[in-house]
Design a protein around this ligand. Structure first.
Ligand code: ARG
Length: 523
């Protein structure tokens, strides 16, 4: 192969080489001199391979030996090549022979094609590679910045990540402390509560809890009471005769300051009190409880959600209304306080990080303390309303006076680890059927660390329990009804599934006023 042919065949790795290849007037770096006369485009043979004319270097003997198929003697220049004094007649290696049939020269055509390819492909590929590299570098910089720095948009500066949501202002306008987990206690915010049996309304006024007489009660009043409880959906109500209720009683006036409680002396003139339902909740298609953890589908526990921090599942949670999610305070460790990095995945049986909802606010209990977890409760407010469906439904809150039967059958769900110390989350939502364990029995094993704001559930024989990653998830009860109420929030335990070391749950009943106070404030 001639050097020229070799040049054509071998890929070029620089634009300059490419330009040289397509412009014979600019020779590649070579020891060969430049032909004096420029060649036409139709004759793009490289100076290196072209025979020298009178002004060029005389080829050595090897070059004068033409291939057997090539006519010896003075070579006829191709039709397109202007004959001229700079052309050397004679055998030329690498000089294409004209195609006698079409007049086209295949080698010239190939050279043109290769030249065109080089002219366009190399620059385009180079640009694409540069852009791709810039994108990769950009992503890397963003990942590094996201993991180590917070950007103050107003003061246009980066601060180390541990200064974000640390309780101290580091950016102008307190920007670094605005969207963080907040400690609140709005327990005295709501003056309404519902009983477990029959959802009978009570309102606080005159230093006592009053039943509401049906006299004069209407939709507007029902809505006002539901707003007190933190629900804005269309309520349903009924009037019931309850001989077991001895009062005190009141009626409601709707004033400019909201509900006004008017005490009633004696009993209601109608003889009826108000029963209220603020939201359709706790409805699913699963009444079975199966011994042992097993795969389940979200339609059976449509209130179950996954709380995700920077794309990782951290905890479970439950839907209370279109905007409010209930979970555990310990899910929001000191390093995970940034609200905008949290997402809530609803309506899916498997963990999926693409369709999760954005979070507007996160509240934990003011008194929450990591060591003993006596106030292990949190509420998340979503940025947008959830659309309820078969796979997205709110769970019911229990009545303020709920009293679970001994050994009550309960269900708990989550994507947490399926073995203690196991590194993997469950890919499909798991459910486990367990039972209420009395606090006194539980405290024998837990050295009285189980407080009144907590409850115990599991199997004393071990094997059925929640585990890491289930925290914040709902422990639900339905008894003989078709309505599921959340009675507990997965909180802590000694290991997972160990005999006698059952799971400890935050008692929802103990925090109803904390929950409703926030729900009311966030309506
Ligand atoms: N704290 C755990 C979590 O963050 C839940 C532990 C529950 N343990 C138990 N044995 N039930 O996910």
């Amino acid at each position: 192969m001639s050097r020229g042919e070799g040049d054509i065949a071998s890929p070029l790795n620089s634009t300059g080489a490419n330009e040289r290849a397509s412009n014979p007037a600019q020779p590649a770096v070579s020891s060969q001199p430049v032909p004096a006369t420029p060649r036409t485009n139709a004759q793009p043979s490289r100076p290196n391979s072209a025979p020298s004319g009178p002004t060029g270097v005389t080829p050595g003997p090897a070059r004068t030996t033409a291939p057997a198929t090539r006519p010896s003697g003075p070579a006829q220049p191709p039709a397109s090549r202007p004959a001229g004094p700079t052309r050397t007649p004679g055998p030329v290696r690498g000089t294409p022979r004209p195609n006698t049939r079409t007049g086209a020269n295949p080698l010239v055509y190939k050279i043109r094609r290769v030249s065109a390819l080089r002219r366009y492909c190399v620059p385009v590929t180079t640009v694409v590679l540069i852009l791709a590299s810039l994108a990769v570098i950009g992503i890397l910089i963003k990942v590094v910045l996201d993991n180590y720095y917070f950007f103050c948009t107003k003061s246009f500066k980066f601060i180390p990540l541990d200064k974000w949501c640390d309780g101290t202002q580091d950016c102008s306008g307190n920007e670094d402390e605005l969207r963080c987990v907040q400690r609140v206690d709005y327990s005295n915010n709501s003056i309404a509560r519902l009983s477990e049996s029959g959802s009978i309304v009570q309102l606080y006024g005159y230093g006592r809890w009053n039943y509401i007489c049906s006299d004069g009660f209407d939709v507007a009043r029902a809505k006002a009471v539901c707003a007190e409880l933190g629900y804005s959906s269309n309520p349903t109500y009924s009037f019931v005769t309850r001989n077991d209720i001895i009062g005190p009683f009141s009626t409601i006036l709707l004033g400019s300051n909201g509900i006004e409680v008017i005490p009633v002396t004696g009993t209601c003139s109608s003889g009826n009190v108000v029963s209220l339902s603020c939201i359709t909740c706790g409805v699913n298609h699963d009444k079975q409880r199966i011994i042992g953890g097993q795969d389940t589908s979200i339609e059976h526990y449509p209130w179950q959600v996954s709380l995700q921090y920077m794309g990782s599942h951290i905890c479970g949670g439950s839907i209370l209304n279109r905007r409010i999610i209930l979970s555990a305070a310990h899910c929001f460790q000191m390093s995970d306080q940034q609200v905008d990095r949290w997402r809530v995945q609803c309506g899916r049986s498997t963990l999926n990080y693409l369709f999760a909802s954005e979070v507007d606010k996160i509240y934990i209990h003011t008194l929450y303390n990591l060591d003993l977890k006596p106030y292990d409760i949190a509420i998340l407010k979503l940025k947008t309303d959830l659309t309820f469906s078969d796979s997205i439904q709110p769970v019911c809150l229990p009545g303020f006076d709920i009293s679970l039967p001994d050994n009550a059958p309960l269900s708990v769900t989550g994507w947490g680890h399926t073995v203690e110390g196991g590194g993997n989350l469950a890919s499909t939502l798991q459910k486990v059927a367990i039972n209420l364990i009395s606090r006194s029995v539980c405290n024998q094993e837990y050295y009285n660390q189980v407080l009144d704001t907590m409850m115990c559930a599991g199997r004393l024989s071990g094997g059925l329990d929640t585990c890491q990653g289930d925290s914040g998830g709902p422990l639900v009860y339905s008894g003989d009804t078709a309505r599921w109420e959340q009675v507990g929030i997965v909180s802590w335990g000694d290991g997972c599934g160990r005999p006698l070391k059952v799971g400890i749950y935050t008692s929802v009943q103990a925090f109803l006023s904390w929950i409703c106070g926030i729900m009311k404030a966030e309506l």
